[in-house]
Write a protein that binds this ligand. Sequence first.
Ligand code: AMP
Ligand code: MN
Ligand code: MN
Ligand code: MN
Length: 304
Amino acid sequence: MQKVGKLSVSTINATSIKTMLRDLHSHTIASDGSLTPLELLKLAQERGVDELAITDHDSVESLDEALSLAEQFNLSIVPGVEISAAWGKKKEETVHIVGLQIDHKHNGLQQFLRAIQDKRRERALTMGKKLEAAGVKGAQPDVEYMVDSQPMVCRTHLAQYLLDLGVIKNFGDAFKKYLAKGGRAYVPDEWFDLEDATAMIRQAGGIPVLAHPTRYGMGSNKLKRLIEEFKAVGGLGIETCYPNIHPGQKNLLADWSKQFELYASQGSDFHSPDKPWALLGKFAPLPEHVVPVWTSSAWTKTQD
Ligand code: AMP
Ligand code: MN
Ligand code: MN
Ligand code: MN
């Protein structure tokens, strides 16, 4: 076998055709992730990720820093966001729309996200009051402090707060007993409509992708209706591969992505190294017959 330095030619070929590892859904401290952009990029490099989308809830605050660090870590950073939106006859469902390859400096998008962040602050303060009323002593001033001192207060932060206080035994209980629909500190969401969130992402040059479709607790008829309506209002993709999805669900999503001509996306929805069920870069590969979101023109445009 021909040798080039210490490597055989076949090894070089094998290396050069290695498929890129793309993780297109992750969080930082700008929303409810535990890592700074620098820490997240370091971890991505350690885990062999080649392309990483940072998609904080309703925030683009980490993107400038991440983009400026990308070259140093030999990473391609996809500017993204994950927008919370309302859907359903009475807008009773909260769904998440990931925007990929957005222009995060777009004025309209920044205004839109600021409005959501205002709603989030109000919601957190009301939840603090409700927690206090439900017997969690000091919750009201503690949540006021959180709202003043951190970039965003998500329900995840409140769950961690309750866990640290010892009020509940695990994260799941925090949502069930206090923070989710039916919980003692639940406050109904007032997000913008699915249609508005999708249009905003398109206006900012991004690709709207329905995040983790099987995590909304919807039956398959309702979910199919959601995907149909998402497509009708300008949606362009659906997440098809992410942690903990059953193979049957993955196949169903892949079929719908074909049927509705939506790109397929993939990502870990990474929040923190403490959450072993969602490790950065770890999820099944996309099935062969779908069209990956990174083949869209919005993707190649940014590679020029
Ligand atoms: P928020 O956007 O502030 O309503 O918070 C929603 C976030 O809370 C989601 O993105 C998840 O990260 C987390 N979350 C929601 N439900 C649960 C649950 N049952 N257990 C653990 N985390 C949850
Ligand atoms: Mn989250
Ligand atoms: Mn989500
Ligand atoms: Mn997410």
